[in-house]
Design a protein around this ligand. Sequence first.
Ligand SMILES: C[S@@+](CC[C@H](N)C(=O)[O-])C[C@H]1O[C@@H](n2cnc3c(N)ncnc32)[C@H](O)[C@@H]1O
Length: 240
Amino acid sequence: MTALRDADIDPVAKDLRGQLTDLNGCSKDLPSRYSAISIFDNWVSRLPIEGRTAGQMPLFCKSEDLRPSYCVDVFGSLQEFDVLELGSFEGGHSYQLEKSNVRSLTCIESNPQSFLKSLIIKEAMHMRASFLFGDFLQYLAQCKKTFDLIFASGVLYHMEDPLNLLHLIAQHTDRIFLWTLYNSETVASSTPVFKTRVLGGYSCRYFRYDYNNENSGRIYSGNDSYCCRMTRDDILVDRL
Ligand SMILES: C[S@@+](CC[C@H](N)C(=O)[O-])C[C@H]1O[C@@H](n2cnc3c(N)ncnc32)[C@H](O)[C@@H]1O
């Protein structure tokens, strides 16, 4: 057998070989269920693991971030619930939802770094949840399943077409948890209307917000270069 020469290897394979032999970042630490946390040094969430300093946001903490437990307060036990979480970020709310003993939990996240962090959390915290990498709009548009609850925290106001997200959610569940920013009527009255969106016979105003890519929070916002905000009344109208 003759040895392969560099010239015989196609450029993509050569690139891959380069990555595989790059020893930067290889760990010499004691392996443990928590050790992969140190792969990232930019965690936003405070992690529920003693001795692990990460970020400051208490997304995993039931007593400080009440959003997941609010669902139990409103809907009662989630034990029989198949739950879909949109924009699961680093897995903090996913962790809390799973602690509420949901029957199943599917979490969708489009940011590769946040998604990989969720997998690290899943392993570290022995979670059952299924974390999927991709665009939840595509998922909702194509998936035929229905869910007992869709948990949508911090995502509506990052949409280019928020009414479309509400419309898609309504096709998959009768219960939604929605936490979102909105434009107050005071702000709306002094902001130019970007467009009037009409969907299913319902129309509402969109107010455009352009992202600043230099902003550190940009990695956990939306997938598009801008988003559209709605008013509270337009979000809550009972007509979708
Ligand atoms: C502001 S963060 C909210 C994170 C968390 N749900 C919370 O309430 O703290 C928005 C998250 O949704 C994700 N996201 C935004 N648009 C998405 C999309 N179309 N599909 C999947 N994930 C998306 C972002 O990457 C980010 O992690």
